[in-house]
Ligand binder design. Structure first.
Ligand code: E4P
Length: 217
């Protein structure tokens, strides 16, 4: 399973990259605003900075919601850097744009996926990735992991090449459960990735090994 980090924070991206387990980055307009990145020129520069900090795919989201607008914005984003994946919302105009981008060889990430029907449509349009938001589904008492499982089943039935990018991951159990049901990628905060390394028996075991080593020297 590929690990993406879901942030526009360059320091956190660097920390994840330094761990040696990072395969890419996802951003969205809220994450850019959280870092105080505003104004078109600054936003575009920031995407290039992110691309230069990692070696994998970097999702950059369009703001337009009409076909012509999405295409214009998406083409400009794709021209910024070869690692850019154009992130397009799951709306009919977005589906049309994904088909257009797919025909032109431009990678896409269809975002705001909350049902298997939406994921099926995005795959039919040729999306490179679909982003089901599992944390947001869990927030409203719907089972996010079940959605990943359902999409996996559908994509396998027809050998769709679209990758399932489990998004809105909040904690390490989300990552483990996504891995169990076969998500291709997960995107989450650095804290959830680091949390995978933690176990109290590891900590106490290491403490004892180091103390015993000290005694023997
Ligand atoms: C997906 O690409 C989104 O950026 C993200 O995962 C949304 O997560 P949130 O529900 O924590 O905002």
């Amino acid at each position: 399973m590929k690990f993406f980090i879901d942030t526009a924070n360059l320091e956190q991206i660097k920390q994840a990259e330094d761990l040696g387990v990072l395969d890419g980055v996802t951003t969205n307009p809220s994450l850019m605003a959280k870092e105080g990145i505003t104004g078109q020129e600054n936003i575009l520069k920031h995407y290039v900075n992110i691309c230069n900090s990692v070696s994998g795919d970097v999702s950059a989201e369009v703001i337009a919601v009409d076909f012509e607008g999405i295409v214009k914005e998406g083409e400009a984003l794709a021209e910024l850097h070869p690692q850019i994946v154009v992130k397009v919302p799951m709306i009919p105009e977005g589906i049309k744009a994904i088909r257009y981008f797919s025909n032109k060889g431009i990678k896409t990430n269809c975002t705001l996926i909350f049902s298997s029907g939406q994921a099926l449509l995005a795959a039919k349009a040729g999306a490179t990735y679909v982003s089901p938001f599992i944390g947001r589904l869990d927030d409203i008492s719907q089972d996010g992991i079940f959605l990943i499982e359902e999409i996996r089943h559908i994509y396998d039935n027809y050998a769709f090449e679209t990758e399932i990018l489990a998004a809105s991951v909040r904690h390490p159990m989300h990552i483990i459960n996504c891995a169990k049901v076969g998500a291709d990628v997960m995107t989450g905060p650095l804290s959830a990735i680091i949390a995978l390394s933690k176990h109290p028996l590891t900590d106490s075991g290491l403490e004892k090994f180091l103390a015993d080593h000290k005694k023997g020297n």
